[in-house]
Ligand binder design. Structure first.
Ligand code: HPA
Length: 276
């Protein structure tokens, strides 16, 4: 089991295993969110490793659960992509949810891109919009850094003044403006799920300052910032938490909307990797 005490050694062991399979350090790690897996098609794949073949990677008891790490090149840059992430609602603890970020850092990777699907609560958002994440609110019931701090990763008290890199945001915003691609920008609020929100909860998310709500990303970004990684986050608004739209919120609609916005996410992520 992964604990605060063995996390450094375990993640180092896993990093060494992966480094023995690929003889380079990727510049970027990219987490592919639900419905955004087709980003894989843009990658010149050099190696794909199923999670179950990676030492210390969390194993799922859920039947048919799949996922893999994909090493390759995207727009001329070496990357590793996580095709499938570990969600807290699946039963993993926070050390497991964020283990891949520890491993990426141990490999020498310092840039992280995270993507997800989320529900919009900002009334100027539409289904299918792409939102650049410029900040987050952590409403998960367990903190990924709880417990003894390992100073080799980072400090006990982590500065969170710039969780999402302003420089990376600028690159993507400039590109979108130049190409006339419509994007939104806002605050992602993370809840544990697996229920979608009630109307009262969506309203709360809005009232406390969220623009979108989802069940992932925040723990991963916190751990990345613990290790001083540079982070870019992008979200597809797949449903709207308003009285008018709440009846439509279900997994099928979420995946459908994520699919529709996928080409834009793919283009923005690929351009960021190329230019930054
Ligand atoms: N709420 C939480 N998570 C989500 C949503 C939502 O409305 N849409 C996609 N992921």
């Amino acid at each position: 089991m992964l604990t605060a005490e063995n996390l450094f050694e375990k993640s180092l062991e896993t990093a060494k295993f992966l480094q023995s399979k690929v003889n380079y350090t990727p510049e970027y790690a990219i987490v592919l969110g639900s419905g955004l897996g087709s980003l894989v098609e843009d990658i010149d794949v050099e190696l794909e490793i199923p999670y179950k073949e990676i030492p210390n990677f969390p194993v799922s008891t859920v039947k048919g659960h799949k996922g893999s790490l994909i090493f390759g090149e995207l727009n001329g840059k070496k990357i590793v992509a996580m095709n499938g992430r570990f969600h807290y609602y699946e039963g993993y603890n926070m050390k497991e949810v964020t283990f891949p970020e520890r491993v990426f850092w141990q490999m020498g990777i310092r840039k992280l891109i995270v993507s997800n699907a989320s529900g919009g609560v900002n009334t100027s958002f539409n289904i299918g919009d792409v939102m650049l994440i410029n900040d987050h609110i952590n409403f998960f019931p367990e903190h990924p850094l709880r417990g003894p701090n390992d100073e080799r990763f980072g400090p006990r008290f982590v500065n969170m003044s710039e969780p999402y890199s302003k420089a990376m945001l600028k690159v993507v915003k400039d590109y979108a403006a130049e190409k006339n691609i419509k994007i939104q920008e806002g605050v992602y609020l993370g809840l544990q799920g697996p229920t979608f929100e009630t109307l009262a909860e969506y309203t709360m998310v809005r009232n406390v300052g969220g623009d979108a709500v989802g069940m992932s990303t925040v723990p991963e970004v916190i751990v990345a910032k613990h290790m001083d990684m540079e982070v870019f986050g992008i979200s597809v608004i797949t449903d709207l938490g308003t009285a008018e739209f709440i009846e439509e919120v279900n997994h099928k609609e979420v995946l459908k909307a994520a699919k529709a916005a996928e080409p834009i996410v793919r283009e923005l992520v690929a351009k960021l990797v190329e230019k930054y």
